[in-house]
Design a protein around this ligand. Structure first.
Ligand SMILES: [Ca+2]
Ligand SMILES: [Ca+2]
Length: 223
């Protein structure tokens, strides 16, 4: 009995890391920044959310890491990190359900990424990984100005990236956000994909099944 258990445990520890998947659209050179237009001055500070929609390779996976590039930030550099699972998996995140959120201090690292360990967040099929930031209205030199925190790659596909503006982004009902657009929408002057990436591992059931399969093969080989 012991000889059957030990290989399974060892494989369960090794397999998830070996099978981790990276989801991204950018090519590492995300050279364009997006923020509210100065014409939004009448609305004051603008809450932003921008993110990428991905599809899991396996039916269910666990997001372990979110990586994101940032542009210019407000005086308060706090950013929020959100993971949504989309119940209808239709590439449209406006009805997606938040399954994880936290806040951290964002840093503009140029083409490099802020990296956040999110633990193990279950997602199935279509999921949406987004960054939030309050774009504070300021008046440098007397003219209205907003930061442009959403960094994107203009060479990447634009039809999986979405952004939202509102006084306070309604993360639990993105469809009701004051402004929502895909990155190939009519109000987008430069299209592209956001510098937001997700790393996943197989969900425990999948990892366990794979480990069991490997153990079965090993037993067959040795038998
Ligand atoms: Ca889903
Ligand atoms: Ca949807």
């Amino acid at each position: 009995m012991l000889t059957r258990v030990i290989p399974v445990v060892a494989l369960a520890l090794v397999t998830p890391a070996a099978l981790s998947a990276d989801y991204l659209y950018d090519d590492g050179v995300s050279s364009v920044l997006l923020g509210p237009p100065d014409s939004f001055e009448e609305f004051g500070d603008i809450d932003m959310l921008w993110g990428n929609y991905f599809f899991t390779d396996d039916p269910t996976e666990q997001v372990t890491t979110v990586s994101f590039g940032l542009g210019s930030l407000s005086a308060d550099p706090t950013v929020s990190i959100w993971i949504f699972d989309d119940p209808d998996n239709d590439a449209d995140p406006t009805n997606a359900v938040p399954v994880f959120s936290t806040t951290t201090t964002g840093v503009n690292l140029g083409f490099d990424f802020n990296v956040l360990d999110v633990g193990s967040v279950d997602v199935s099929g279509g999921f949406f990984v987004a960054i939030g930031h309050l774009a504070e209205l300021s008046y440098p030199g007397g003219s209205p100005d907003y930061p442009a925190p959403a960094r994107f790659d203009p060479d990447a596909r634009p039809d999986r990236s979405w952004f939202f503006y509102d006084d306070d982004i309604p993360e639990h009902d993105l469809a009701s956000s004051g402004f929502a657009s895909r990155m190939d929408g009519p109000f987008v002057p430069i299209q592209g994909a956001f510098a937001i990436r997700a790393t996943t591992v197989p969900a425990p059931a999948t990892a366990g099944a794979l480990a069991g399969l490997a153990a079965l093969r090993r037993r067959r080989r040795s038998g």
